[in-house]
Design a protein around this ligand. Structure first.
Ligand code: PMP
Length: 354
């Protein structure tokens, strides 16, 4: 009998990406929607599930969902790939275009899962640095492109956890310099002024990744997608497991698209609340950065970020503690909640910082 062998050496020192799931009154730490999906969606899903042929494998090509997403985004169905959350879309991209002997580029600070999934898929990671204001440093972009020749370059717009967007001229400049695929993670794209979706076509090596987890109030369903040249979508289908999108999820996603106007109204409400939080920050002793997402990064001035995080938790308000993350020393990130949740957060923060 073999022994319990150690895990792969390249994973040995590796920490997972977790946010504590604690029981609090106000949970503003994982950028979900504060609202459950519309009741009409749940009723329709109930009926759809009751009619599903559960003894059969699901539609492997998720035809209805794909057609709905193609219509939503104004592209052809062959340009849409769907998976279990946008994280699985990212993983499938790296399985197809990363792997041993290939490199993925990231510009820190950014979404930790980009380099995490790269490592898990055996892809080398080349790290570029952002400017102090978290905008992309184009000199460092040029350095990384030249030195590492990445097969995949990740951008994140709006960037998690900073909230900043990559403007069109920056995405275009990166596309010009990148020797491989450019992946723009737009998990928060619907909250933003601008989307790289308008740059996707059949010949540009650009993939835009989106999710149902935030705007669509469906984080529990684990559903994400990307829009890309059809040749890229074909490559993703080649490497992903067969029947990876289950029939319930296909129904859930397809039905959600009927509620586009409700979702747009929610986005408008959340963006308004984001403005209210940003305005409140202006009168508090915190540094903060402009956000195009459903969260805002801030750093208490003259106060230890960990202590502030703990003091908020003691008031039953949970935000994301980035205080000990590299390049984000002392920073916290708050998800925009309902107006009542945001009131609770602001009241607790005022009390803590006084
Ligand atoms: N990309 C970014 C930038 C994110 O912040 C998240 C969620 N934390 C994801 C992707 C993954 O989202 P999901 O897998 O739920 O679609």
């Amino acid at each position: 009998m073999g022994a319990l062998i150690p895990v792969r050496e390249d994973l040995g020192l590796f920490e997972g990406y977790h946010s504590p799931q604690v029981d609090v009154d106000v949970r503003l730490n994982t950028n979900e929607s504060p609202y459950p999906p519309p009741a009409g969606w749940l009723d329709a899903l109930h009926d759809a599930i009751a009619a599903l042929p559960f003894h059969r494998y699901p539609d492997r090509r998720f035809t209805a969902l794909r057609a709905g997403l193609a219509e939503l985004e104004g592209v052809r169905p062959e340009q849409v790939f769907v998976a279990n959350g946008s994280n699985e879309v990212l993983q499938t991209l790296l399985l197809a275009y990363g792997g041993p002997a290939r490199t993925a580029a990231v510009f820190e600070p950014t979404y930790a899962l980009h380099s995490h999934i790269a490592t898990v898929t055996g892809t080398k990671v080349a790290v570029g640095e952002r400017n102090h204001d978290f905008t992309l440093d184009m000199d460092d972009v040029a350095r990384v492109m030249k030195d590492a020749e990445p097969a995949v370059t990740f951008l994140c717009s709006p960037n998690n956890p900073t909230g900043r967007i990559e403007p069109p001229e920056v995405v275009r400049a990166v596309l010009e310099q990148a020797p491989g695929l450019v992946v723009v993670d737009e998990a928060y794209g619907q909250f933003s002024r601008w989307s790289a979706l308008e740059l996707v076509d059949e010949t540009t090596p650009l993939v835009v990744v989106r999710t149902f987890s935030k705007t669509w109030s469906m984080a529990a369903a684990r559903l994400g997608y990307c829009v890309a040249p059809s040749s890229v979508v074909a490559a993703l289908e080649q490497v992903v497991l067969p029947y990876h999108v289950d029939a319930m999820k296909q129904a859930a996603g397809t039905l959600a698209l009927r509620f586009k106007s409700e979702m747009q109204a929610r986005i408008a409400g959340i963006n308004e609340e984001r403005g209210r939080i940003a305005a409140a920050f202006a009168d508090l002793p915190v540094d903060t950065w402009p956000s195009d997402a459903n969260f805002v990064l801030f750093r208490p001035v003259h106060r230890d970020g960990n202590n502030v995080w703990q003091a908020l938790l003691e008031r039953s308000v949970l935000v994301r503690n980035c205080a000990s993350w590299p390049r984000l020393s002392g920073c916290l990130r708050v998800t925009i909640g309902t107006p009542a949740e945001n009131d609770r957060f602001l009241a607790a923060l005022r009390e803590v910082l006084q």
